[in-house]
Write a protein that binds this ligand. Structure first.
Ligand code: TRP
Length: 77
């Protein structure tokens, strides 16, 4: 799928714990979840922002690598 936002960058999510969720949110006036991917410890997802996806929510402990930041998401449980 060709990104429509002028940004071809990939984001990389590596799960630290089991049960990390990577949730894609829709582009446009209606912002809702359209896809949820579950990752177990050590699993990696490589994704882009696309004409369908304008935001990505990550729940659980994961390492996130993007062109603007490398950071950890954390679980409060
Ligand atoms: N069908 C989705 C899309 O083209 C697939 C996708 C791309 C996705 N990036 C994502 C799903 C990030 C979840 C998170 O937009």
């Amino acid at each position: 799928m060709k990104p429509s936002n002028g940004n071809n960058d990939f984001i990389v999510i590596k799960a630290i714990d089991d049960g990390v969720s990577v949730i894609g949110l829709t582009r446009g006036s209606d912002t809702r979840f359209h896809h949820t991917e579950k990752l177990d410890s050590g699993e990696v997802m490589i994704a882009q922002f696309t004409e369908h996806t304008s935001a990505i929510k990550i729940r659980g402990n994961a390492k996130i690598y993007t062109s603007i930041a490398e950071l950890n998401s954390e679980s409060n449980k």
